[in-house]
Design a protein around this ligand. Sequence first.
Ligand code: TEU
Ligand code: CA
Length: 535
Amino acid sequence: MDYLWWKHGVIYQIYPRSFQDSNGDGIGDLDGIIERLDYLNNGTNHSLGIDGIWMSPTFPSPMKDFGYDVADYEDVHPDFGTLATMDRLIDEAHKRSIRIILDFVPNHTSSDHPWFRESRSSVDSPKRDWYVWRDAKDDGTAPNNWIAVFGGPAWEWDQKTQQYYLHSFLVEQPDLNWRNPQVERAMHNVLRFWMERGVDGFRIDVMDRILKDPALRDNPPNPDRSWGRLMGVTGLQQHTQDQNWPDIVDAVRRIRSTVDEFPDRMTVGEVFGTPENIVRYYGGETSDGLHLAFNFSLTRLVGERWNAANVRKRVDAFESALPGAAWPNIVLGNHDIDRFISRVNHDGRGAARGRAAAVLLLTLRGTPFIYMGEEIGMPNTDVPEHRLQDPARFHHRNRDPERTPLQWTAKGGFSNSEPWLPYGDLSINVAAQEKDERSMLTLYRKLIWTRRASKALTLGDYAAIDGLPADVFAFTRAHGDERTLTMINFANDGVAFDLPKALRAGETLVSTHGEPNAGGRIELAAHEGRLVRLM
Ligand code: TEU
Ligand code: CA
């Protein structure tokens, strides 16, 4: 069959610290994930029905950046389990046709990684060049003006060896030097290590920074101040020298050829910028780069900017930038950004928009990524000051509100003891929603299982529909004779319209609003999302 798991399936992101704690230490772990696999897919529509899970990092780490500071790429942090637990998770997931995607963090290691300890021990260390070390300028200042994503200069002075090292994120996250072939080889061997254990793919962290300007020239200032709010301090500069450097794509192609040593594996890279920039990472017309590069463009539509015209514009821009064989993907949230519902809650209607957005996420063309908790409509959790954990809080927005434990029951159900981050509003929970025909969880299940059964939705072509009321975004998906129509009403009021002559709506497959009207004229309720089969 033409079905490819990473292309036509649905991927679910787990933030492992917050999914399920199995041993009562308040921290989620791999055994907890194993316990909950049937929730994700037990082969019936009483489960979510996803095809793969991407887990944020589970490697040994001092947890300065909650695992994105890796101290050993080939082991498991004891908080999460052991290599044997990981093997069991891979096995149990595969029994349920769930693929496992690990989070590969190539741009930087932890400063506790043995490679960095060795590198910083002396200027003559054989691993000195595994990281980016430079002398101070004549006046003692840093080699250039680059700033760290989490604030402050991207250079840290090392007293002992009298040089600066580069860290694009925390001081405890030194950047690897991918211009050194030994580094590249070692990191490719990490990929092989996990693929040999049965891992199906990799989400690649900070893909767009692994190579920088070899001359380390200054970034120019950013005249566009509107970026500041969203991107924190990084918005102060244009990242022409330290991000999206042209030859990263060559390194990506080499990663792809290593991944292709094993059958049926995939990569999805974290890349920022315009659609034109993002699609470069797919490898262009030859499609020999990443299988997928995250399309974050919908996550940028905050507040009133989440409307029919903008959503359509962004979907179409990505579609038209993609080279022939490349495949899109849809993202509404992740562990770094406000939860969707909170992002569009400027007038208190975030939850309704969340339901309509689910219809969008699961019927647009491309691989949907669900961030754990979206399927029950979790908003941001207010985390009191004394419970905050994320180190990024000093410099720009804190990421704890979207990282709180998944709410399984009215009592929490995540852990027997106090979770590492507090629960939010526990009236939003899996157990209650499983029993409720009109819940968000039921909606997600219906959408996913409808999608699974439909070639139009999984494989089909996409075409937006013109000439509808301004608040409606509608599109068809078509494969062979099968055609579906998605209609989303972004307005706070109902809307009525006639479909273009060529489209005759048949059976309604899913709606956010229960039983929709029958008959020729379409009436959508405020924030209704509806999926129908076309006749
Ligand atoms: O994020 C990369 C990144 O650019 C983020 O810093 C993002 O801009 C920020 O979190 C928005 O608030 C990745 C991971 O997803 C993130 O969790 C890590 O902290 C970061 O890399 C460093 O590894
Ligand atoms: Ca635990």
